[in-house]
Design a protein around this ligand. Structure first.
Ligand code: AMP
Ligand code: MG
Length: 415
């Protein structure tokens, strides 16, 4: 378990700035310690527990980058084409005979360079004669040849510890001959929904009931992180039940995620349950949608109380749960990707809160156009499925006008 002391955070303010929340998480949350060896096929998304050093050269030997003819550059004449006698042939996977000077060898991509040869002429550029080739002037020393270790040299640091393993990193480990890698164990996350109105998909919808979507949204968001997630079901809007459930689950998980029941209404019990069972780190974030988010520590386990409105749950997941999980996982920070777009809308907002507006991105130069989703409710799941990105309106901004540059967070890179 990654244990936190109940008072490891200190915050007294009313609305916590997003950046402060992120800084608290970065500075105070320890990573899980346990590691495990996983085969490459199961390593995607996991966090490297130790540096990966190259135990071999990549590529392992000098080889040809093209199909063509290998020779010594020193054999080329000063001006005009040079005629070289063709001697031998080497294909990928074969051993090459040494190349005498004044000769060229037929060679294929990935085949070892014959001893003595240093340069390759692409077959498309060769003029063939009987038993000889004409090499045009102008070829540089080493052209079309790859040298041993030019990608990664033996002994080099190929990947630092804390790297998240994605397709390129897994490919590199394989290229260096590693069948498996030592990674941190997954972060154990327990996910609750809260609300007497909720029922699970697949059940019949009763009077005044609505289907629980957040649990499934959150589990899907977690699937992109180095997490072993557990679906812990729906908590009733009841103080004792909420407190007991959080307390009972705390020891089993590295993080508890709840959604709903964290506002100021008397049917909202998550904040009080955190306070009763441990301590509250903060409640209420300077963000829209998502203001009522809470964070606390119960029995040494961090608890994130995300708001119930589905869009607010997603926004706060990205700003709180995602960095917290990456930190617990021992991964390097992964800032949410942002790029500039041209606003195609007018919007007014309050100062002092960061806002996320759902936008569609339309291709345009020099930057895409961000077109606002027509409606603004934090409960509209279809506003997410019909959008491409969040436009991020910083705390100090009070208005956006058509033509303004805004930063957007593309869903494809966030989820
Ligand atoms: P709350 O913060 O609990 O008052 O919830 C705010 C709104 O979000 C209410 O309309 C809830 O019905 C809705 N809501 C809360 N939790 C969920 C959930 N898990 N799935 C779908 N909607 C939810
Ligand atoms: Mg509720």
């Amino acid at each position: 378990m990654a244990q936190l002391s109940d008072d490891c955070f200190a915050f007294g303010g009313a609305l916590l700035a997003v950046e402060q929340a992120e800084a608290l998480i970065r500075q105070r949350v320890p990573a899980v310690r346990e590691t495990e060896e996983v085969p490459l096929a199961a390593a995607r998304g996991r966090v490297l527990a130790e540096p990966l050093r190259a135990s071999v050269n990549l590529p392992p030997f000098d080889n040809s980058a093209v199909d063509g003819y290998a020779f010594r550059h020193a054999d080329l004449g000063q001006a005009g084409a040079t005629r070289l006698v063709l001697l031998g042939r080497v294909a990928a996977g074969q051993a090459a005979q040494p190349l005498p000077s004044g000769a060229a060898m037929r060679i294929f991509t990935g085949a070892p360079m014959p001893a003595g040869a240093d340069t390759v002429l692409m077959q498309e550029d060769a003029e063939l004669e009987a038993n000889a080739i004409l090499v045009p002037a102008g070829l540089k020393l080493g052209a079309n040849a790859r040298s041993a270790g030019e990608d990664v040299a033996q002994g080099d640091l190929a990947l630092p510890a804390a790297t998240r393993l994605r397709a390129p990193e897994i490919g590199l480990a394989a290229a260096l001959g590693r069948p498996s890698l030592r990674v941190r164990r997954p972060v154990r996350v327990g996910v609750f929904s809260t609300g007497d109105e909720l029922t699970s998909p697949g059940q019949t919808l009763g009077l005044a009931q609505t289907y629980d979507s957040n649990r499934f949204t959150l589990l899907a968001l977690l699937a992109g992180l180095p997490v072993a997630a557990t679906n812990l079901g729906i908590l009733p809007d009841n103080a004792a039940a909420t407190r007991q459930a959080l307390h009972a689950a705390a020891g089993e998980y590295d993080l508890l995620l709840t959604s709903g029941g964290v506002s100021a209404g008397e049917e909202d019990h998550v904040r009080a349950a955190i306070e009763a069972g441990g301590s509250l780190v903060f409640w209420r974030l300077a963000i829209k949608p998502g203001r009522p988010a809470a964070m606390g520590v119960v029995g040494g386990t961090p608890v994130l109380g995300l708001p119930g409105n589905p869009v607010a749950a997603v926004v706060t997941f990205l700003h709180l749960a995602r960095p917290l999980i990456l930190q617990l996982a021992g991964a390097l920070p992964e800032p949410l990707p942002r790029f500039p777009a041209r606003a195609n809308f007018s919007y007014r907002k309050k100062v002092g809160r960061r806002e996320y507006v759902r936008v569609r991105l339309l291709p345009s130069l020099p930057m895409p156009l961000a077109e606002k989703f027509e409606r603004e409710g934090a409960g509209l799941l279809s506003s997410l499925t019909a959008s491409h990105a969040f436009a991020e309106l910083p705390e100090e901004v009070t208005a956006v006008a058509p033509g303004d540059t805004v930063q957007v967070l593309p869903f494809a890179a966030c989820f």
